[in-house]
Write a protein that binds this ligand. Sequence first.
Ligand code: DX5
Ligand code: ZN
Length: 232
Amino acid sequence: MSEPRIGPERKVLLAPSVLAADLSDLAGALKICEDGGADLVHFDVMDGHFVPNLTFGPPVLRDVVRRTKVPVDVHLMVSNPDALLDAYLEAGAAWVSVHQEVAVHLDRTLSRIRSAGARAGVVLNPATPAETLTDLLQSLDFVLLMSVNPGFGGQPFLPYVLDKARRLRSMLDERGLSQVQIQMDGGLGRDTIHRAAVAGVDVCVAGSAVFGADNPAAEIEHLRRLAEGTAS
Ligand code: DX5
Ligand code: ZN
């Protein structure tokens, strides 16, 4: 058995997804993220084609970035990431992830993201195996594992994705790529977030678990401590 990856020495990053906030008050959602000490603001871009929902265009991202000091993590759920990438990079994305299922020239796409000074990630749908990234791991900053089918917040966590996180962590460890972070997105909350961290997840996205809480700002720190195993 390998050593558990969590403990007092290991920090788990918490990224609230503003998709679950009151979308008529994005500034209020950003204040909650800042007050709660969020590490990233997770920003879900949906195009009504790759996923059956529509959300935020580049002008919304630009104003969100202007409004907050927290780095914004842009999850592109779009069919044509190469066509839209520049607009989101210019709008100030700090982290950008594109789906493996639609990005046909992933190596080039990741290079474009890094050249713009952002951190580059690849997203895998629940059904997409980690092994599809075997030859690309050294070229990315993070891998985002979907633990729900993308498109909507508030869906139940798919526990079989934990095994993929463990396999991916082993693949990274075998290659000496410990700097590559594993992010998980979907259905993470009080009941699931610790299992994700134990499986090797470094960055936990949480939408409804944060913004549906009685005290959303306090819940950010609570979820991070639950993930790290320093709260129960
Ligand atoms: C789903 C989005 C998620 C979503 C997570 O397609 O990518 O980021 O906001 O929401 P919860 O945490 O409610 O599952
Ligand atoms: Zn997301």
